[in-house]
Write a protein that binds this ligand. Structure first.
Ligand code: ATP
Ligand SMILES: Nc1ccn([C@@H]2O[C@H](COP(=O)(O)O)[C@@H](O)[C@H]2O)c(=O)n1
Length: 214
């Protein structure tokens, strides 16, 4: 049997667009490793919060980025709302991004290929990825999904506050100088505002299969 070349899939999109859900499904389907790069920024932010230092402390943040153990990142712990907000603050620091991008590229280069999701995967981390997807949905739809996710996990949520948070994080992620969130020129847009998880997975799979077989 002919051996396949390593295959990389880059998935970007705003908060709560569904890129993590889609990336996990695709990685399992194609037998690829998966890295949620948002967790790397969250882990750096949490390290600063745990140490009781300011989120502006760039030297501490860079040190945390270099020493981060990717295999020890706990999605349940890092999912906390406050950590997401803190992550988008440390994510504006160029030297933090440099350190994390290096780690993310090293992850993607190992093995038979990988799916990476985040904000700058198609534009900065893996500009030569085999497939690039930009997953999005309207802010109202994303807020509604996050609202139901919080209730499902037993939490208490306020719809209006979630929408405000999502819009604030979008503005910070799209407006920063270094590696702002935007679709790569060669990314395929997947607007899931009116698409369920299964339909989004099927659309992504059809696109990836066409690239793999090409
Ligand atoms: N196409 C979809 N239709 C309906 N619900 C969806 C869809 N995609 C994802 N969801 C749900 O929306 C919520 C947010 O999805 P997910 O965590 O994958 O988003 P994300 O883009 O990775 O978010 P973040 O950047 O904040 O980590 C989850 O509860 C997920 O189950
Ligand atoms: N490639 C990335 C991934 C994430 N960020 C920043 O981290 C924040 C948290 O990300 P989630 O995907 O877990 O919500 C996000 O708001 C970004 O500020 C990034 O800059 N680049």
């Amino acid at each position: 049997m002919k051996e396949r070349e390593p295959f990389t899939i880059a998935i970007d999109g705003p908060a709560a667009s569904g890129k993590g859900t889609l990336s996990r499904r695709l990685a399992a389907h194609y037998g690829l490793r998966h890295l949620d790069t948002g967790l790397t920024y969250r882990a750096v932010a949490k390290a600063l919060l745990d140490r009781g230092v300011s989120l502006d402390d760039e030297a501490e943040a860079v040190e945390a980025a270099h020493t981060l153990d990717l295999s020890a990142m706990d999605r349940m712990v890092l999912a906390a709302h406050g950590i997401g907000e803190a992550a988008s603050k440390v994510a504006v620091m160029t030297d933090v991004r440099k350190a994390l991008v290096e780690r993310q590229r090293a992850f993607a280069a190992e093995g038979l290929g990988a799916v990476l999701d985040g904000r700058d995967i198609g534009t900065v981390v893996l500009p030569n990825a085999d497939v690039k997807l930009y997953v999005t949905a309207s802010p109202a739809v994303r807020a509604e999904r996050r609202y139901h996710e919080i209730l499902r996990d037993g939490g208490v949520a306020d719809r209006a506050a979630i929408l405000t948070d999502i819009e604030r994080r979008d503005a910070r992620d799209m407006g920063r100088a270094d590696s702002p969130l935007r679709p790569a020129e060669d990314a395929h847009l997947l607007d899931t505002s009116e698409m369920g998880i299964e339909a989004a997975f099927n659309a992504a799979r059809a696109l990836i299969n066409s690239k793999r077989d090409a």
